[in-house]
Ligand binder design. Structure first.
Ligand SMILES: [Cu+2]
Length: 619
């Protein structure tokens, strides 16, 4: 009898918790829009003619079926990544172009079909094809949880981003140009919040709110502070944390932070400022007309006055922002107390022989192969765990099943880099502060200034309960150490989420348990059609060969190094002196000037002659 009752109960309960399927049919197109608060028009990528793209809300365990059709009329290619989702047994749905799929060409449709399984919390989706998401193809992806370890009355999604008025391809071309030899990152024109210049968040007296902050920007980290309201961090990157009270958040591109905020218990008879501040240390120059700080409104009543700048001490605010290294997860996840495999990645920025500044892990600047890496894994049979078939320009690493991986990142660069791993949350087991942040010194001194990880004398005590997340900041001239278990077969990208650096090649490819991946996944007809549409083969090694898997003739490679005897500093000094001599002026961040220069082939030819001559002399 008991059994029958149980069965009946099960029958009654099951439909209530049944996973839902969320189906989307999206077609991309360009459209010039007026973003609220921004005086200029901006050409953005719309989905079905709409911008901004919709926030996707699902429940734990739900399935997403998303048909993305390339409707661009200008040969723009695309692809979509669901940032933070582990895609267990659905690596093929992860999205990065030339890693787990071909770019979707005009007229072609890629079918993204996956289940979110056990994950909950705050995620986002974005184009993963060049710096394309900067033109607006990105949106929140929220996984609701019936049993969250905290309570609140209402939630608000708050997206932060930086806005460039020019089209991403134009900025990308000028950035990766011999006329930008210092690799100065393009400076955005505006900060956005919820896809407008300023936003109002409505609070009601006595209520409690969950604010989900997502930095969907291309480049700049953002500080957030609420006037006269306390924030309690309860989630980072889809991982619940022990409650942590703070008054300042620091959110790097790719990162998410959710906080609980209690509204005032009695009517305050005023509204409050929510201050958003760009991390200006990331900018090579701060143009006069760039507003680093914007004031948003926590409104109790729209008839109250719009809040003024509460005159924050911005420097103090920066010092007070929460260091995620000291957060702990809500569900105790003990330290992975050893590693089976250590991967040390030294981050450097250097010019190659074409005069362009590239980014490197251990002197390799990721250069996309001829085929998506997943195609090579799934068509190479027993050779899939032979690193040679992937070529030597991907920064590819193959992981054995379930080994504990330790990734050490040493920053031989003065920049701040938000590193993101697909397919995993990693434990942050070391996170150094910045070193020599306020000093300027030549590239040649990087080795002296950088403090790499020293395993025999770690800077911090190994945390017993380390924070888990999917995007972590690597501080200037410092280091971070990350650990995770290779228990999710797939091809997973590891890259800087400062998207300009991704374009410069700051990328590694982790090929995790390739034989298990072959068992679980196969190239679908849709996958192959999308590749065929853009002329990419569906079988072969990194150079596209499938007759001899070790033949890498024609492998796309990074350019040759600068000529012998040429330091980066020497090259840039010479470049600048030539340009100054020819043009009479030079501003590294002046892309208007760059445009004029790019037409002037004569300058480059003269430079090249000087390099060649100098090269001959030095041999
Ligand atoms: Cu970076």
């Amino acid at each position: 009898m008991m059994y029958i009752i149980k069965l009946l109960l099960l029958f009654l309960v099951t439909p209530l918790v049944a996973a839902k399927i969320h189906t989307f049919h999206f077609t991309t197109s360009w459209k010039s829009v007026q973003i609220p608060g921004i005086p200029q028009n901006k050409s953005v990528i719309t989905l079905n003619g709409q911008w901004p793209p919709p926030a996707i809300h699902v429940n734990k365990g739900d399935t997403v079926e998303l048909y993305l059709t390339n409707g661009f009329d200008d040969l723009t290619q695309t692809s979509l990544h669901f940032h933070g989702l582990l895609q267990t047994h659905s690596n093929i749905m992860d999205g990065p172009s030339m890693i787990t799929q071909c770019p979707i060409g005009p007229g072609s449709t890629f079918f993204y079909n996956f289940t979110v399984n056990e994950q909950t919390g705050t995620y986002w989706y974005h184009a993963h094809n060049g710096a394309q998401y900067g033109d607006g193809l990105r949106g929140p992806f929220i996984v609701h949880d019936p049993s969250e370890p905290f309570t609140y009355d209402e939630e608000r999604v708050v997206t932060l981003s930086d806005l460039y008025l020019q089209k991403y391809t134009k900025i990308q071309d000028e950035f990766l140009s011999r006329y930008n030899p210092t690799g100065a990152e393009p400076i955005p024109q505006y900060s956005l919040i919820n896809d407008r210049l300023n936003d109002t968040i409505h609070f009601e007296v006595g209520k409690t709110y969950l604010l989900r902050f997502i930095n969907m920007g291309l480049f700049v980290s953002q500080y957030i502070q609420l006037e006269d309201h306390e924030m309690t961090i309860v989630e980072v990157d889809g991982v619940y944390t022990k409650p942590n009270v703070t008054n300042t958040l620091y959110v790097a591109t790719g990162q998410r932070v959710s906080v609980i905020v209690k509204a005032k218990e009695v009517n305050p008879h005023k509204n409050f400022a929510m201050v958003q501040v760009m991390d200006e240390t990331m900018l090579d120059v701060v143009p006069d007309d760039l507003a680093l700080l914007t004031i948003n409104q926590i409104s109790y009543n729209d008839n109250y006055k719009y809040p003024q700048n509460p005159n924050l001490d911005v420097e103090q605010m920066k010092r007070n922002s929460t260091n995620d290294f000291y957060l702990t997860t809500h569900k105790a996840t003990p330290l992975l107390d050893h590693y089976d495999r250590q991967i040390v990645l030294d981050v450097r920025m250097q010019n190659l022989g074409d005069g362009i500044k590239y980014a490197f892990f251990n002197n390799v600047s990721y250069t996309a192969a001829k085929l998506p890496v997943l195609t090579t894994v799934l068509t190479s049979g027993k050779l899939a765990n032979d690193i040679r078939i992937y070529g030597d320009n991907l920064n590819a690493f193959i992981f054995e099943p379930n080994e504990v991986i330790e990734v050490v990142l040493n920053n031989y660069d003065t920049g701040r880099h938000p590193f993101h791993l697909h397919g995993h949350n990693f434990q942050v087991v070391q996170k150094s502060p910045a070193f020599h942040e306020d000093e300027t010194f030549p590239d040649e001194d990087q080795d002296k200034m950088t403090v790499p990880y020293n395993e025999s004398a770690p800077l911090m005590k190994m945390p017993n309960l380390p924070i888990l997340r999917d995007t972590v900041i690597l501080e200037p001239n410092g280091h971070v150490v990350l650990r995770f278990r290779a228990s999710n077969p797939g091809v997973w990208l590891f890259h800087c989420h400062l998207d300009w650096h991704l374009q410069q090649g700051l990328v590694a490819v982790f090929i995790e348990d390739p034989f298990a991946l072959q068992e679980h996944e196969e190239l679908t007809d849709n996958y192959k059609d999308v590749c065929a549409n853009v002329g990419i083969a569906n079988r072969g090694n990194a150079a596209g060969h499938d007759d001899d898997w070790f033949n890498l003739d024609g492998l796309p490679r990074q350019p040759e190094p600068l000529p012998y005897g040429f330091t980066t500093k020497g090259y840039i000094a010479m470049f600048i002196s030539v340009v100054v001599a020819l043009m009479g002026l030079w501003t590294i961040a002046d892309y208007g000037l760059t445009e004029i220069l790019q037409d002037d082939e004569a300058i480059f030819l003269k430079l090249k002659a000087m390099i060649d001559q100098s090269n001959n002399e030095s041999h």
